[in-house]
Design a protein around this ligand. Sequence first.
Ligand code: SAH
Length: 266
Amino acid sequence: MDRPKSHGRLSISASLRPGELMTDRPRLKGAWTARIITLFPDAFPGILGLSLTGKALDQGLWALDPIDLRPFGEGKHRNVDDTPAGGGAGMVLRADVVAKALDQAALGTPGDRSRWPVIYVSPRGAPFTQATARRFAAADGLTVLCGRFEGVDERVLEEYGVEEVSLGDFVLTGGEIAAEAMLDATVRLLPGVLGNAASTEEESHSGGLLEHPHYTRPAEWRGRAIPEVLLSGNHGAVERWRREMAERLTEARRPDLWAAYRRGTD
Ligand code: SAH
């Protein structure tokens, strides 16, 4: 990304479309930025505006630029979609309209896709995993195209080399919830967003295992006691217990992860 020339930590980046991308939030110099192409810009930041991700957004640790697809539409009614070639149900987002939005989203971003991935959230995409979140967090930012209706004209995805990423094997009505879920997983990995950095190293899907169970006060609840070892004060024993529980849980619930973990540790 073209770094702003100011020498301070805070910078207000030049707005691509005055009044549209401009927000009253501060933005730290070179802050990780998500550009979201959507017919529903009001859906953002949504849940990302709350709690830790919201606080980090307010602090300018990351930035969000929703790009409304509608103004790029054709004609008086700003049509963004049309009927599918070959017939069938639903509507398809037009290649020419989506291309204009992708061009705007690309302004000031590096062309190198490893530094700035450009994705279309889609049930046909590669499954989004913790590794995907780490890859996105390591970049300077991310452009996300949210589909609606039947999806997007294939040609624009080919022409712009857009990567398809899926939230899971189910179909949503639009890409906005998928985008927010992926952004949440990504943004929490950015430096300073979570208070306790160690917590992203030990959680589920980081070391190939699901996480061990958690307990807190009261020590006994409805006749159920907290496992004694956790109250022993013996850190080594606690660590061993947690690892054993994580392994047992992973083996029982996710044979696929367990097999991969065993291959990796052999
Ligand atoms: N006809 C398409 C589904 C369209 S759903 C198909 O069968 O593949 C409408 C939009 O919702 C999509 O364009 C996509 O952006 C979003 N979407 C739906 N399911 C999704 C998923 N599992 N992951 C990510 N995005 C999804």
